[in-house]
Design a protein. Structure first.
Length: 178
C-alpha cells in the first residue's frame, strides 16, 4: 500500500475510535503517529469531517443545486460523477432511482411552462441524454418501480409538455419528484 493510503486508513481508524469514545486510545494512537511523523487529519470535537472538508462539501452541494435549478445538466452530472462513485450508485437502489429522476428533471427542464429560458436545442439534447441513460440501465430493477415506470415513455412522446399523461411534470410546482 502507498504511504498516503496508509495515512488515510489511519485517519479513518482515528475517527472511528473517536466516534466510539476511546479517548485514551485515540491519544496514544495519535502520539505514535506523530512520533512516526505521519500527517494527521484533525478531528473537530467528534465531527468526523474537518471544517475544510465540511466547507468543501457545502460548496459542492451549493454548486450542484445551482446547476440543478439552472438546468445545467452537463455541469451537474460532472460534479455528480466526480463526487459519487458509480459503484455506490449502482449498489444503492434509492440512489439509482434518484439518478433516474435527475435525468428526467433535466430532460424536461427547457419544456416547462414557467421556464423563461426556452432552448429547443438544449431540450432535444437533454431528452436524448435521458433516452441514452435509460438504454444504459436496461434490465435493472429501476424499470420495475411503479412511480418511475411512466417516465420511461418521455423520450418517445412528441410534445410531452402537452401530453395528458405528463401534465403533473409540467405543472408550476417546482420539484415534482421530491
Amino acid at each position: 500500500m502507498s504511504q498516503s493510503i496508509d495515512f488515510r486508513i489511519n485517519d479513518f481508524v482515528t475517527e472511528y475510535l473517536d466516534y466510539k469514545g476511546f479517548n485514551d486510545t485515540v491519544g496514544i494512537f495519535l502520539k505514535e503517529r506523530k512520533t512516526r511523523q505521519e500527517p494527521i487529519q484533525q478531528l473537530t470535537n467528534g465531527n468526523h469531517l474537518q471544517d475544510t472538508d465540511h466547507e468543501k462539501c457545502q460548496i459542492i452541494k451549493n454548486e450542484m443545486l445551482k446547476y440543478f435549478d439552472d438546468g445545467n445538466r452537463e455541469e451537474f452530472f460532472r460534479l455528480w460523477l466526480k463526487h459519487i462513485p458509480a459503484n455506490i450508485i449502482d449498489s444503492d437502489p434509492s440512489l439509482k432511482s434518484l439518478e433516474f429522476l435527475l435525468y428526467a428533471h433535466f430532460s424536461i427542464y427547457y419544456l416547462r411552462p414557467n421556464n423563461r429560458n426556452k432552448n429547443e436545442q438544449a431540450a432535444k439534447e437533454n431528452m436524448q441524454e435521458f433516452k441514452t441513460y435509460m438504454e444504459s440501465i436496461k434490465g435493472q430493477a429501476i424499470s420495475q418501480t411503479s412511480e418511475i415506470l411512466p417516465l420511461f415513455a418521455l423520450p418517445f412522446v412528441t410534445s410531452p409538455d402537452k401530453h395528458a399523461s405528463f401534465q403533473e411534470l409540467f405543472s408550476v410546482r417546482r420539484f415534482w419528484f421530491w
